[in-house]
Design a protein around this ligand. Structure first.
Ligand SMILES: [Fe+2]
Length: 463
C-alpha cells in the first residue's frame, strides 16, 4: 500500500468514526438549543477557524476549539458535534482546502468533541454543569467535581484532535507519529489548557444572559475580547518560533553565498542527519537538535580568513589545511551566540570533525566521548560530499558510497551508526537523490489544535 492509499485509509476510518459517533450521540440528544444559539456558536467558531496559525509540521492551529468545548458543556455531544462540523466545514471552504482535507478536518473535529463529550458524561458529567447555575456554593463538592470533569473534557478533546491530525500528517509526509505529535503539540499544550478556560467563560456568560434576558447569544459579545487575546498570545508564540527558523535559514544562506560549491550542502546534511536520528529512535526534541546542529555545522566558514581557501581550485597546503580545520571551532563560537543553542547543539557543531579513532579535530576525542550528534553529522557530511558533483569529479553512486562507509567503520566513523545509516530506507533514498528535498524545503517548519492544511497529496492555495 503506497503513501496516498494509506492516507486515504486514515481519512476513511476517521470519517466512519465521525458518522458512528454522531449516530451514538444522536440516540440521546439534548433539546435543540434554538437557531440563534446554534447559529451564533457556529459563526464565532467559524471566525476563529479563519484566524488560524501555522504549526511546525504541515498543520494549522486555531482557537475555534473554545467554542466547540463551550457548546459541548451547554448543549451536549450531538449539538456540539454539529457546531464543530458545520463551523469547520465553512472554515475549510473559506480556506479553499481540497475536498478530502475538508472531509478529514470536519470528521476529526466531530470525533474530538463527541468523544470528549462521551468521556465527560460517562464519568458522571452533567449538561449543563452545576457551575453554570446561580444557586451553587463555591465550596460545594458537586461544583468541584464538575470543574474537574471540565478539564477531562478539554484534555480528551485535545488528545483526540492532536492524535488524529498527527496521524494523518505522519502518514502523508512519512514522518514518525511521535515526532509530528511532539513538534506540533509539545510547545502549546499549556497554552491550550489555559485557553480552554475561556470555554468556561463562554458557557457561563451564555447561561447567565440566557437566564436573565432570555437570549444567551448576547452574552457571547462579552467573550470576544478574551478570545481575541488568546489568539494574539498564540500568534506571538508562533512569531517567536518563526523568527528562530528564519534566523537559521539566514545563517545558512549567508555561508552558502560565500561557498557556491557547497550550495545546499548544509540543508542536505541536515536532512540526512534527521533521517539517521529518526532511525536511532531519538526523541522529537533530540531529532530537532541534531537537525539544527547539522544545519549549522559549517557556519564558521563565513569567517573572512576562509574565503580564499574556499575559492581555491587546487589542493590546500598543509598550512591552509590547518587553518581550514579551525572552522569547526569558529562554527561553535558563532552558534554559541544564540543562548538556546549552547550545550548540545554547540558541542555537536564543535566536534563534527572528530574521528572514532581519535585522529580528528579539534580535540582529538575518540569513541563515545564524541557527542552522538557530531558522529551523525560526520557521516552525513561525508555522504553528501560523495554524492554531489565536485569540480574534480562526478557524484558517486549508492554502492560506492556504502562501500566507502563500510571501509571506514571503526576508524573514521562509529561502526554502529554506519550500520544504521546504510540499512535505513530514508537515508538510501536521500543518497540516491530520489527524494532530494531537504528538511527545510519539505514543509513549513513552524510549531498545534489543529487541522491539516498542507500535505504532499494536496497542495493548498499557491503552495
Ligand atoms: Fe565541517
Amino acid at each position: 500500500m503506497n503513501r496516498d492509499q494509506r492516507t486515504l485509509l486514515v481519512v476513511s476510518i476517521v470519517t466512519s468514526a465521525a458518522i458512528a459517533l454522531a449516530t451514538v450521540a444522536k440516540s440521546d440528544p439534548l433539546a435543540f438549543p434554538g437557531w440563534w444559539a446554534f447559529g451564533s456558536f457556529v459563526v464565532i467558531a467559524f471566525v476563529l477557524e479563519t484566524l488560524n496559525t501555522q504549526l511546525r509540521v504541515q498543520a494549522k492551529g486555531s482557537t475555534s476549539f473554545i467554542m466547540h468545548i463551550a457548546a459541548g458543556l451547554l448543549f451536549g455531544g450531538f449539538w456540539s458535534g454539529l457546531v464543530a462540523g458545520v463551523s469547520t466545514f465553512l472554515g475549510e471552504l473559506a480556506r479553499g482546502n481540497k475536498p478530502i482535507k475538508l472531509v478529514f478536518n470536519v470528521s476529526q473535529r466531530i470525533v474530538a468533541v463527541v468523544t470528549a463529550s462521551l468521556v465527560y458524561s460517562s464519568l458522571g458529567g452533567v449538561t449543563p454543569p452545576s457551575y453554570l447555575s446561580e444557586a451553587i456554593a463555591l465550596s460545594s463538592r458537586e461544583l468541584q467535581r464538575d470543574l474537574g470533569l471540565f478539564f477531562v473534557f478539554a484534555s480528551s478533546y485535545f488528545l483526540v484532535n492532536s492524535a488524529l491530525v498527527s496521524l494523518v500528517v505522519s502518514v502523508s509526509s512519512e514522518r514518525s507519529f511521535r515526532e509530528v505529535w511532539s513538534l506540533n503539540t509539545r510547545g502549546v499544550i499549556g497554552y491550550d489548557m489555559g485557553a480552554s478556560l475561556i470555554s468556561l467563560l463562554v458557557a457561563w456568560l451564555y447561561s447567565v444572559v440566557e437566564r436573565r434576558v432570555g437570549f444567551g447569544p448576547i452574552g457571547l459579545v462579552g467573550v470576544i475580547l478574551p478570545v481575541v487575546a488568546a489568539r494574539h498570545v498564540y500568534g506571538l508564540y508562533h512569531q517567536l518560533q518563526n523568527s528562530g527558523q528564519e534566523l537559521l535559514q539566514l545563517m545558512v544562506k549567508a555561508i552558502e553565498a560565500r561557498d557556491p560549491y557547497t550550495s545546499g550542502h548544509s540543508v542536505r546534511v541536515s536532512a540526512l542527519s534527521h533521517a539517521i536520528a529518526v532511525e536511532l529512535g531519538l526523541s522529537a526534541q533530540e531529532i530537532e537538535q541534531v537537525e539544527t546542529a547539522a544545519l549549522l555545522h559549517d557556519v564558521g566558514k563565513i569567517h573572512e580568513g576562509f574565503a580564499p581557501l574556499l575559492r581555491k581550485e587546487g589542493r590546500l597546503t598543509d598550512e591552509e589545511t590547518a587553518l581550514m580545520q579551525t572552522h569547526s571551532t569558529r562554527s561553535a563560537e558563532l552558534v554559541g551566540i544564540i543562548s538556546k543553542f549552547r550545550g548540545f547543539i554547540q558541542d555537536s557543531v564543535r566536534h563534527h570533525h572528530e574521528r572514532w579513532d581519535g585522529q580528528g579535530y579539534p580535540s582529538g576525542l575518540s569513541g563515545n566521548a564524541i557527542p552522538l550528534a557530531a558522529r551523525i553529522i560526520l557521516i552525513s557530511d561525508t555522504i553528501d560530499a560523495m554524492t554531489t558533483d565536485r569540480p574534480y569529479r562526478k557524484r558517486l553512486g549508492l554502492e560506492v558510497v556504502i562501500a566507502e562507509l563500510q571501509k571506514c567503520k571503526g576508524t573514521q566513523f562509529d561502526a554502529d551508526l554506519v550500520d544504521v545509516a546504510i540499512s535505513s530506507v530514508a537515508v538510501r533514498r536521500l543518497i540516491s537523490g530520489s527524494t532530494g528535498t531537504a528538511v527545510l524545503d519539505a514543509g513549513p517548519l513552524r510549531s498545534r489544535r489543529v487541522s491539516w492544511p498542507s500535505g504532499s497529496l494536496w497542495k493548498v492555495r499557491g503552495a
